[in-house]
Design a binder for this molecule. Structure first.
Ligand SMILES: Cc1ncc(COP(=O)(O)O)c(C=O)c1O
Length: 439
């Protein structure tokens, strides 16, 4: 069984399932949900037109206008976004799936720096059969800095030599799982690289509004949407993905969009966009929030404060227990931690052979789940070596503290034996979808 299904099947609940598994592995922000639901219950109104096919194949005009306005008023794009260049789909996962299908042929590659949001692999491969070619940034001091770009070029050349044509680079800015933003210098260098090889640049900006004060402002590059920077490449080769799942905590509504000024990409994407158009009632819900600027200001402010509180709880615990982690995070609601020194060693109980590092990580993951806490694994998120995890902190403080206590038990306590057979099958067959990874 896939590990996440095991987690979802036995989720922690303070009152009804206190021994269940606390999920700090999936990037879901639970903090503003209650208040937002109450506000939606009071404010959302439907009209008969919301029960029709609407006025477009790729998102209704009302939502597309509101999304253009969101970017235009809050992210300083160089050229105001044109609602006609917005194509709405059922989540950013759908956007990435469809964009991969549009931009590349089966077997082509898209460069992706390590560590990365693991979903990109599945999104591009499951249907379009486009390979994510992972770029190791192991010895690069800042994976979001300009030094990383040379590694992308090396990997592009190596990949093409192996016979995999590179069609695009995908960036996630603000970054999941590092919780920080790319430097302006790096963004410029990625654009130059794309121009040099005539490849596309995909910028996933799904965490654009989940930003809060860093602990050290001197080493915290501000967020720049790729649309706010003078393009150093053909602007028609730049494509932005954004959605409601993270900043608006509405993962379940399945809302995302692609912004592109490329008429050919638009035409091809439009051909399939209707298959994944979200329900118009979901569009109305997002529009209702977007249209109320006062509510939106307050909501973003409060969400940032809640995320900062979660970050502070977790970093205090990590410091206290000497767990290494990416310092000075200020974006998203997770933190990338390094628990390599607590990987369980020893022999596989079935084969009698020494556990490989990957098996050690799987064993540790099982031990965590048996001990009642789930973190996203470095295996799924492109950790440079086994033993890295992404810990989400957008849970209520009491629950988060309990998750940390359970994590401590799994790392240095004796909880659970971490038998791994089910996990091995699960990770391979379900989470990675049987895809081939390169790099
Ligand atoms: C960087 C990034 N992109 C896309 C997604 C998927 O978003 P959606 O729910 O819109 O499909 C996630 C979800 O974790 C994410 O972290």
């Amino acid at each position: 069984m896939a590990i996440i299904l095991k987690v979802w099947g036995n989720l922690y609940n303070k009152d009804t399932n206190p021994d269940g598994v606390i999920n700090v592995g999936v990037a879901e922000n639970y903090l503003p949900q209650k208040e937002l639901t109450e506000w939606l219950n009071e404010n959302v109104k439907f009209s008969p037109v919301d029960l029709t096919y609407g006025d477009s194949l790729a998102g209704g005009k009302r939502l597309r206008n509101n999304l253009a306005n969101l970017y235009n008023t809050r992210l300083s794009p160089l050229t105001p976004l044109d609602p006609d260049n917005i194509l709405v789909s059922s989540g950013v996962s759908s956007v990435i799936d469809q964009l991969a299908w549009v931009l590349a042929d089966p077997g082509d590659g898209v460069l992706l720096g390590k560590p990365f949001y693991g979903g990109f692999q599945k999104d591009m491969y499951a249907r379009a059969r486009v390979k994510t070619v992972a770029v190791s940034l192991k010895d690069v001091e800042d994976p979001l800095g300009v030094e990383a770009v040379a590694r992308f070029e090396e990997e592009l050349l190596a990949s093409e030599k192996r016979g995999t044509k590179i069609r695009a680079i995908i960036l996630c800015n603000p970054h999941n799982p590092l919780g920080r933003c790319y430097t302006l210098e790096a963004l410029n260098a990625y654009m130059r690289l794309c121009a040099k090889y005539s490849i596309h640049l995909i910028s996933d900006e799904i965490y654009a509004f989940t930003l809060y004060p860093p602990t050290d402002a001197s080493s915290a590059p501000p967020f720049h949407s790729i649309l706010s920077i003078p393009p150093l490449m053909d602007p028609e080769y730049i494509h932005v993905a954004y959605g409601a799942s993270k900043d608006f905590v509405m993962n379940g509504l399945r809302l995302g969009f692609l912004y592109t000024t490329n008429p050919r990409v638009k035409a091809a994407y439009s051909d399939i966009a209707f298959f994944t158009r979200p329900a118009s009632v979901a569009e109305v819900m997002w529009s209702t929030v977007l249209e109320n600027e006062t509510y939106l200001d307050g909501y973003f402010k409060k969400n940032s404060a809640l995320c900062a509180r979660g970050r502070d709880i977790v970093t205090a615990w990590l410091e206290e227990h000497n767990v290494p982690y990416v310092k000075n995070t200020y974006a998203g609601f997770f933190i990338w931690i390094d628990v390599r020194k607590w990987l369980p060693t020893g022999k596989d109980s079935k084969t009698g052979k020494e556990l490989t590092p990957v098996e050690q990580e799987r064993k540790l993951t099982m031990r965590m789940v048996e001990g009642g806490v789930y973190l996203a694994t470095g295996e799924f998120f492109g950790g440079e070596e086994p033993g890295y995890y992404r810990l989400s902190f957008a849970n209520e403080p009491d629950e988060l503290r309990l998750a940390l206590e359970r994590l401590g038990e799994a790392l240095w306590g004796q909880h659970g034996n971490g038998e791994v057979e089910t996990l091995v099958d699960g990770v391979r067959k379900v989470e990675l979808g049987g895809m081939q990874l390169e790099g």
